[in-house]
Design a protein around this ligand. Structure first.
Ligand code: F6R
Length: 269
């Protein structure tokens, strides 16, 4: 089922995977925000909690801006929402300006009515011997709430989802990982020099991500076109952990013209 609209093209990549290619990334972000809002509203009507998996970085910023607008202008409430973030740098104080804790407050949580106790972000400031327990508790909390309804993902140029770098096993769970060179290099400007970029992070595992009932992966811009092509035209393998998404029953991939450049040669437009 391939469909064209003035704003986007839909490509049914496989039975389980829908690819949407947007002319403008703002339109793509608005679409994703609306998908999340729909899950929240549906759950609200049923008197249930909505469990959302959140990403950080530059990719989801437009989605969060639109969610804030939906809250401010259209009365979308987040009182029934529980969030779990994909990852946090290690070692990193939650209150550090570079932490993903700070990112989420700045870009979303401080602007909506989500109860602070409903937001779950891994603590990057633990002693090594505390990490295993913390990760197990994080996983248990997700499980006890009935699992993640919809997980938002970006993709790293290394092919990572969360911080599951090449070599990550398909059955991996939340754990401490080493960041690969591509990932650390991409963070140089944020951290003002490679020497300041953390070498490690704590991330949800591949299996934790794949356990989500639905997944939306977003990639914007030229910088991501090569890894997006590798992900969707190569073998499913630990070399590109994002390829594991092809094994999930319900995935949407949201691209813009630049990140989907390879499609121009492959798909009927
Ligand atoms: C962030 C995360 C990462 C990023 C990816 C893309 O929580 O888990 O996988 O989604 O590194 O980062 P940006 O969006 O900055 O290009």
């Amino acid at each position: 089922m391939n469909q064209t609209n003035s704003q986007f093209e839909n490509h049914r990549w496989s039975e389980n995977l829908l690819m949407k290619i947007y002319k403008e990334k703002d339109h793509g972000s608005a679409y994703v925000a609306q998908r999340l809002a729909d899950v929240i509203s549906e759950k609200q009507k049923a008197g249930k909690k909505a469990i959302l998996g959140m990403a950080t970085g530059s990719t989801p910023k437009g989605v969060y801006r639109e969610l804030i607008r939906l809250h401010r202008d259209e009365g979308l409430s987040f009182k029934n929402v529980h969030t779990f973030n994909l990852d946090e740098y290690y070692r990193m104080l939650p209150e550090n300006v570079m932490s993903y804790n700070t990112f989420m407050k700045e870009h979303l949580f401080d602007h909506i009515d989500i109860p602070a106790e409903n937001t779950n972000i891994i603590n990057g400031d633990l002693e090594l011997e505390e990490i295993e327990n913390h990760c197990a508790e994080f996983e248990k909390k997700i499980y006890d709430l009935g699992g993640i309804d919809i997980q938002l993902l970006g993709i790293g140029r290394s092919g990572h989802i969360g911080f599951n770098e090449p070599g990550s096993a398909t059955d991996s769970r939340t754990r401490l990982v080493n960041l690969c060179e591509i990932t650390r290099n991409d963070a140089i400007s944020d951290f003002n020099g490679l020497e300041n970029v953390p070498t490690q992070a704590i991330t949800m595992g591949v299996r934790t991500i794949l356990d989500a009932k639905e997944i939306i992966m977003i990639a914007w811009g030229n910088k991501k076109s090569e890894i997006v092509q590798k992900t969707f035209t190569g073998e499913i393998s630990a070399d590109v952990p994002a390829t594991y998404l092809l094994t999930h029953p319900k995935v949407e991939v949201i691209l813009d013209h630049e990140s989907s450049a390879f499609c121009n040669k492959m798909l009927p437009m």
